[in-house]
Design a protein around this ligand. Sequence first.
Ligand code: AHM
Ligand code: MG
Length: 348
Amino acid sequence: MTDLKEHLGKLVTIERFILDQQTHYPDATGTLTNILYDMALAAKIIASKTTQAGLAGILGSAGEENVQGEEVQKLDAFAQRTIYRLNDHTGRLAVMASEEVEDVIPIPDRFQVGKYVLVFDPLDGSSNIDFNVGVGTIFAIYRRKTGDGPGTLEDVLQPGRDLVAAGYIVYGSSTMMVYSTGHGVHGFTLDPAIGEFLLSHPDISYPAKPKYYSVNQGYEPYWTPGIQAYTKWLQSDTPEKKGLSLRYIGSLVADFHRNLLAGGVFYYPADRKDPKKPGGKLRLLYEAAPLGFLAKHAGGYASDGTGAILDIEPTRLHQRVPLFVGNRVLVEKAESLIREHDQPPVGA
Ligand code: AHM
Ligand code: MG
């Protein structure tokens, strides 16, 4: 009996933790708290589908009818609908934006609008789904900028330094949700037996000794001299670190998550291979900025190779950006080698 009492005393659910954190904000109304709850609920609903993804061949693949005669949805469309439906009617949001939707997503006229803005990538790395490799959801929350009425693009195009909260869910061998409201970065693991996210990784920060670098090295022939020099530097023993091992999943959330826990750097530089994507592949608003915010609050740093990701003023919803994120010392080295090798001298 005593054992059970002690055991239960140690279990911290995500709901309890989020509520406790609200005490950092004496003026809080609970609205942000509720948006975070809704993201945790979305995570559970999406996780329940990602774990069945391998059954698509049996239950029917996307676009086909399953055995119940229902059309099977693509998982990214399912994740999109789940997050949208949980958030459209709550009166907490002024507007949303998603990787899956071309324009900003308004709150339907019949519902009240609120003071926050939610941007998200509902299922990042979805090309990995067919191979049972981890995928993720990324989200970011801003305060609206415009006064009242429906939220607009202006509310969405905010720099990462103005974020109120950000987080991700990684659907891996376990499902985890990691988030920050600016007071530490905290991780919760979903216990499928009870359907609750339990605090498993309080106060995450980058370990001082990094272990991994993560990049798609298949693009090496297209890299600039700066990126080539940087990769060599990462591989070798230097005063700052031992030579790092390469780990690359090709699923941003999973790569970021591993490096956050083990120490390291993820980078997706400007890609010279595809002229359509000269500014990198990853998206500023719902990929780079939220992960940059988490990195910062875990003692790390995110850069586009020339300066802080969090200081970039977005000009377009689906803007791409080169991304270097991880231990500060590693990311700053990328900036200095890019400055040295790739940038034309002033006046040239
Ligand atoms: P997506 O948003 O279409 O899923 O693409 C983003 C993914 C990231 O998860 C990952 O870091 C990157 O694309 C991998 O790209 P590549 O296959 O070029 O290495
Ligand atoms: Mg994506």
